[in-house]
Design a protein. Structure first.
Length: 132
């Protein structure tokens, strides 16, 4: 059991770590990865003992930035959609909150996360939580 980004305590298997780091890295790469975002990714990787998974995620995204969202979405749907609803909500909410910490959340980032929430059948829950 590990603490994700200081606010999410959950036990993760290796495949889940890969998916979580891909999710977080993907959203942070939306407008180019800045130093604060890189630091947040490194903090998450450290708290999860997931540096290999972060490196894998960054390489996966860098293979082709233009298709990164679609390729990542396909991968994430295979892994995360199988998880229980509570975990799906926690993972996406954790990334949303980290985005919020940097001081802004762009419309494109929010839309991307809401599209994933819709894919994972947690859109209503995510919207209700972020409205608060």
């Amino acid at each position: 059991e590990r603490l994700i980004a200081g606010h999410l305590r959950i036990k993760m298997e290796k495949e889940e770590k890969k998916a979580f780091m891909l999710l977080k890295s993907l959203i942070f790469h939306y407008h180019g990865l800045d130093e604060d975002e890189q630091n947040m990714l490194n903090d998450s990787a450290e708290s999860l003992d997931a540096f290999d998974e972060l490196q894998w995620a960054n390489t996966f995204i860098a293979e082709d930035y233009l298709s990164a969202f679609d390729r990542s979405r396909e991968y994430l749907n295979k892994v995360i959609s199988k998880l229980e609803k509570e975990k799906r909500i926690k993972y996406l909410l954790s990334v949303w909150q980290d985005n919020d910490k940097k001081g802004y959340l762009t419309e494109m980032e929010a839309t991307a996360m809401l599209n994933l929430a819709k894919d994972w059948h947690i859109e209503k829950e995510i919207i209700n939580i972020v409205k608060q």
